[in-house]
Unconditional design. Structure first.
Ligand code: ADP
Ligand code: MG
Length: 230
């Protein structure tokens, strides 16, 4: 029901493309996201950063800027002292990129420890022939270059979701390559299934990507999301 409300609010705004402002949708389906909030002034950004342990990540939030790192719109490891400067810089970069961009604010987010984790992608695209196609693969900002992905028609059963995690070339990384701890494969398969449920419940979602879904030894964290609705 929460998910329905979120999507209706979106519809009223007349936007068809959404970014991290839609993160609550994942929450509503039990997909874990890092602690964080979207704010629209620097002092609120600082308050949120102060509530979060350690340094934070700050990201521009704009439906017109869906590939945030491409414009320098993601700042990782920001200390409390640097929050104000980072905030102003993100807004400046967004305006330089597109002067009339609709800027909703800045997301201040807990850091996820990428050293212990693997960046994966879980997504969905509606195929005219097969319907909703779930995708899983190696994630991060190089996903288009690496093209290490696998697909299944939704809804995806648990065993199928697990098979997807074994099919990609990078599968050994998930299972603990070079002495690293294996990541929470169960958390990945659960996320694939929950997302598959979400897109089955809401045909208005035309495509959706969680990228990255950071897979850690003790769980998974959806760090970024992007979707298109009709
Ligand atoms: P975009 O895909 O729009 O460029 P992301 O939110 O995915 O923006 O951020 C880009 C990259 O920055 C991620 O792939 C990840 O490597 C890093 N990053 C983003 N958020 C976090 C976070 N909370 N903790 C650690 N690294 C992060
Ligand atoms: Mg991303």
């Amino acid at each position: 029901e929460r998910a329905r409300e979120i999507l209706e609010t979106v519809k009223e705004r007349d936007e068809t493309r959404l970014g991290v402002e839609a993160m609550e949708l994942l929450d509503a389906y039990g997909i874990e996201t890092p602690q964080g909030e979207i704010v629209d002034d620097p002092s609120d950004a600082l308050s949120v950063a102060e509530e979060i342990d350690g340094n934070v990540v700050m990201k521009i939030v704009s439906p017109d800027i869906l590939h945030k790192s491409d414009i320098g719109g993601v700042k990782v490891g920001v200390s409390n002292e640097d929050v104000y400067d980072a905030y102003e810089d993100l807004i400046t970069r967004a305006k330089n990129y597109q002067p009339d961009a609709n800027i909703l604010g800045v997301q201040v987010q807990e850091m996820v420890n990428l050293d212990d984790g693997v960046e994966t992608i879980v997504g969905m695209n509606r195929d005219p022939q097969f319907g909703p196609l779930m995708m899983f693969g190696l994630g991060g900002i190089f996903v288009e270059i690496l093209e290490d992905t696998t697909f299944r028609v939704a809804p995806v059963a648990e065993s199928e979701a697990e098979t997807m995690t074994k099919e990609i070339d990078a599968a050994p990384m998930l299972r603990g390559a070079r002495g690293a701890d294996p990541v929470d494969i169960g958390g990945i398969t659960e996320t694939i299934q929950r997302l598959s449920q979400l897109v089955t419940d809401f045909p208005a979602i035309l495509e959706l990507d969680i990228n990255p879904l950071v897979a850690l030894p003790d769980g998974v964290q959806a760090v970024d999301v992007r979707l298109t609705v009709d």
